[in-house]
Design a protein. Structure first.
Length: 88
């Protein structure tokens, strides 16, 4: 299938046929990654990186953590409750 590169505002744009979007399992408004690879333009799903909380916690060390900061006594109607949550 052939398409034409056109100017859109300050960028270049190519119309992607609905059949191609469907085959690539993409939808309008979806975020994608675009890159050049070996003289080709590659468009693919922008997958969100998933984090494992247990693995993140394992990375906490004395060298990369901060000490507690004392901001003083409450200045308004906020009060500290059990669990460190503020209540009004």
């Amino acid at each position: 299938m052939k398409a034409t590169i056109r100017k859109r505002d300050n960028s270049a744009a190519v119309r992607i046929p609905a059949t191609v979007l469907k085959a690539a399992q993409l939808a309008l408004g979806e975020r994608v990654n675009v890159r050049a690879e070996s003289g080709r333009i590659v468009i693919e799903h922008a997958r969100r990186k998933e984090y494992d909380i247990a693995e993140l916690v394992k990375g906490i060390t004395r060298a990369n953590s901060y000490k507690a900061i004392d901001f003083g006594k409450p200045a308004g109607k906020e009060t500290a409750s059990r669990g460190g949550k503020l209540t009004a």
